[in-house]
Write a protein that binds this ligand. Structure first.
Ligand SMILES: [Zn+2]
Length: 361
């Protein structure tokens, strides 16, 4: 298959047009797979990179919320996450990183922080080796990538955000522990927040509350499992008055990354409450927290960055079992062809869409 060609849109500089580059298909090494990308979505972190809101490698091929079909498999075959041999034409998603499964960090339970991590959509391109991101016709999966077949009954718009949005929230839900008989507050009503509302309900939460500064976004969470939407401008006392009669807040999932929201959230948690922070992936001011308050109220704070492969497995099960209940397809707006990636980024950034789709073929 080496004489065939792939195209990738290379990110060169902040807010500069993407540069289309064509390369020959790679010769696969042991454990590697070549994917023909069928759909990708622009994640908020792609926007942070493109608009210079965080430091990233360049040149690089962005895009990590992505699905595609297997078009080449290294000699000797490659197994998927559940141990079955991958076949040509399998429709798959994969963990956003490849890592050494026997490495020290993986054995300690933190594969996403492995020493040799290769992160799709984030790597600096190296000569002809450009097929490392989702905004391309093909993606070259490295050995050590956890690959998952996408079950039937999940559309491409539902499946594409699985390996970032939904898997990250599955990680947050794992850290929160048992949700039965517990109430959850989700702060931030973007894509992650919507996933957190629906997944909290799926995981058995009693009441789910959602909070954001944007009333339209709060309203939309009510279609995704939230029982009560809250305006982020409400005072602590007003939030207490609304949530206490329903049992208060046991678990908080912050997807906003707002220091004020995380401080506020800690002071309204019930005794024994857990606060999971997911959104704070950019530089911000330090938080003001009373250690005595944390100790006396038996509170826990847990941070989550990326996720474990098992979280992606849980996310796939979640979407398969809830995509008839919640309108996940509605979160992805119109499709753009790969050649119009510049326009797609403009649209994703300026109109505050949840997700914009890229259809390379
Ligand atoms: Zn992402």
């Amino acid at each position: 298959m080496c004489n065939q060609e792939a195209t990738a849109m290379v990110f060169q500089e902040i807010e500069k047009p993407f540069n289309s580059q064509t390369v020959k298909f790679p010769v696969l090494k042991k454990g590697e797979v070549l994917i023909q990308i069928t759909y990708a979505t622009i994640c908020t972190s792609d926007l942070h990179t493109y608009y210079g809101r965080r430091k990233s490698h360049a040149p690089s091929v962005l895009g990590h919320e992505v699905i595609g079909i297997v078009v080449d498999i290294a000699q000797g075959g490659v197994r998927d996450y559940v141990g079955e041999q991958l076949q040509l034409n399998d429709l798959v998603t994969w963990s956003v990183y490849a890592h050494d499964h026997d490495g020290k960090m993986a054995q300690k339970g933190f594969p996403q922080k492995s020493e040799d991590l290769f992160k799709y959509g984030h790597e600096k391109v190296n000569g002809e080796d450009i097929l490392s991101g989702g905004f391309a016709t093909h993606c070259h999966l490295r050995a050590g990538t956890d690959i998952f077949r996408i079950p039937e009954g999940i559309s491409h718009k539902e499946a594409t955000p699985l390996n970032c949005t939904h898997a990250t929230i599955a990680g947050a839900i794992r850290l929160a522990g048992e949700l039965i008989h517990k109430n959850v507050l989700v702060i931030g009503a973007g894509m992650l927040g919507i996933s957190a509302c629906a997944m909290s309900k799926y995981a058995g939460a009693d009441q789910v509350f959602s909070m954001d500064i944007n009333p339209d976004r709060v309203e939309n969470t009510l279609h995704f499992g939230s029982d009560l939407g809250l305006d982020a401008q409400l005072s602590l006392e007003e939030i207490r008055q609304l949530t206490q009669p329903l049992g208060g807040i046991d678990v908080l999932i912050d997807t906003s990354g707002s220091a004020e929201a995380m401080e506020k959230g800690l002071s309204i948690l019930n005794i024994g409450g857990i606060s999971i922070w997911v959104g704070a992936v950019y530089t911000q001011r330090n938080l003001s927290i009373s250690a005595e308050y944390i100790v006396r109220n038996l509170l826990s704070i847990k941070g989550l960055h990326n996720y474990m492969p098992e979280d992606l497995a849980y996310a796939i099960q979640f979407i398969r079992e809830t995509n008839k209940i919640y309108p996940f397809e509605s979160l992805v707006s119109k499709d753009y062809p790969l050649a119009q990636l510049d326009e797609a980024f403009d649209s994703a950034n300026s109109e505050e869409k949840y997700r914009v789709g890229i259809k390379p073929i």
